[in-house]
Design a protein around this ligand. Structure first.
Ligand SMILES: Cc1ncc(COP(=O)(O)O)c(C=O)c1O
Length: 439
């Protein structure tokens, strides 16, 4: 490639040699990006322990400590040296190692499969943007469910120029494996980018172990047909599983060593998993069959280069705070407590729907078993009209989707005591809009 930086060419050579699939999947920008080890960063690193270090763009006091404002520093219960200087573009090394260890703990089926060290992003959204930057060219197809997080439009549509191909998420009460399989097959093998998000936003659906097995089998079949597939896994709501029999691991576990033609790209973070929405710490991790440290290092370098060229590095205090929190005695119990609170609300939603068969006159739930949300399919009334009525007459807000005439209800954000009332309001607003007050 004429004009491509020599450091990018070196990374490309490594990647092409060790994983032709990954090379074929990289976008033009992905092929061109590199982590600039030889410029300012290298010279800064070379001067790190020298008597005089006049290299870096961080002000230090005469005592050698970061020149912070005490009125700001005193508000952070963390060593200023772990908060005020820049974090590395790839993220704090101890945090990356810890998150990798946690991925392994939470996904035991990974076994001995080598995976990359996670690169830290500024929240999961930024991780998704990085995946788009590295693997999607203008006009590339991205295959995703017809129920998806709205922001994918901006991340993959507006920013990358990707073309969306939807598969139907549901057929009756379960995952539409036929629609998914059909989207993966084509006459001639080609590059494919697939995006899966379980637990799903907006539906609150996650597959059972059995269905997860079918999804993985469909991807394997497509890979065996010669398709080269980047599977982007948006695991934002990982861990919030509320029903027996669900696949409690990320599909990353199963895809990591599945086939040389599959590159699994896991996006996760502390946003929902660790109840830290505004701290903005996400991670991007890679795995492919026979992936080696050398391959992953090259991919990590490219990803860190894309971080360097966009946000430079993610928020340092947030990374340090989370790492410290992991060491606290109460951490596990606190996390279990929050999950339990959401699960109790989930159960209350289920119970409320079961207690009110009359609701079926106007709405029914789509399958839901996990995450933050559930969806209602409205009949004989228009979702936008009912939505307006709910706001105006019942002081109640939900998300309305014209497409499919759906409501998304966030039980994770609704106090337990208001859940029955919420559904009562939805029912009444439907009655109002239908002009139907017989029941
Ligand atoms: C499916 C999904 N992915 C990603 C995100 C964004 O996560 P973050 O806030 O970490 O950027 C959200 C947030 O609502 C989401 O629902």
């Amino acid at each position: 490639m004429a004009g491509t930086n020599a450091q990018a060419l070196e990374l490309n050579e490594i990647i092409a040699g060790l994983s032709p699939t990954t090379m074929a999947l990289l976008s033009r920008k992905g092929k061109a990006i590199y982590y600039p080890r030889r410029g300012i960063l290298a010279q800064g690193a070379a001067a790190k322990d020298k008597a005089i270090n006049a290299t870096i763009g961080t002000a230090y006091g005469d005592d050698g400590k970061p020149m912070v404002l005490p009125s700001l520093a005193k508000r952070l219960n963390v060593d200023p040296s772990l908060a005020f200087p820049y974090a590395p573009s790839e993220g704090s090394k101890p945090l990356r190692e810890k998150w990798q260890e946690l991925i392994r703990q939470k996904n035991p089926s990974l076994g001995q499969q080598a995976i990359s060290l996670p690169i830290v992003s500024c929240g999961v959204t930024h991780g998704l943007s990085l995946a788009g930057y590295l693997f999607l060219d203008e006009g590339d197809e991205i295959i995703l469910p017809d129920l998806y997080w709205e922001n994918y439009d901006l991340v993959f549509g507006n920013a990358c120029g990707a073309e969306f191909t939807f598969f139907r998420l549901f057929q009756g009460d379960d995952f539409d494996i036929d629609s998914f399989t059909a989207a993966l097959l084509n006459r001639l093998p080609k590059k494919k980018v697939v995006l899966l998000n379980f637990p799903n936003n907006p539906s609150g659906y996650a597959p059972t172990v059995e269905v997860a097995g079918k999804i993985v089998a469909a991807l394997k079949k497509s890979a065996e047909q010669g398709n080269r597939i980047a599977v982007i896994l948006d695991d934002s709501y990982f861990g919030l599983f509320f029903e027996a029999g669900l696949c409690q691991e990320s599909l990353f576990s199963w895809l990591a060593g599945l086939h040389e033609n599959i590159l699994a790209i896991k996006l996760d973070g502390i946003t929902k998993e660790e109840y830290a929405w505004g701290l903005r710490v996400g991670f991007i991790s890679y795995a492919t069959k026979n992936g080696t440290r050398k391959l992953y290092q090259a991919l990590e370098d490219k990803t860190a280069g894309a971080v360097r060229g966009s946000i430079s590095n993610a928020c340092h205090p947030s990374q340090s705070l989370f790492l410290e929190a992991l060491k606290s005695a109460g951490y596990r119990d606190e996390k279990a407590h929050n999950k339990r609170s959401i699960e109790i609300r989930f159960n209350r939603v289920r119970q409320t729907l079961a207690d009110h068969p009359e609701y079926k006159r106007y709405f029914e739930s789509l399958p839901f078993n996990s995450g933050y949300f559930m969806c209602l399919k409205l009949f004989d009334v228009s979702a936008p009209k009912v939505w307006q009525r709910l706001l105006d007459h019942y002081s109640t807000g939900v998300i309305s989707y014209d497409e499919g005439n759906l409501f998304r209800v966030a039980f994770a954000s609704t106090p337990l005591a208001k859940i029955e009332l919420l559904f009562d309001h939805i029912y009444r607003a439907c009655q109002d809009c239908a002009g139907d007050h017989t029941s």
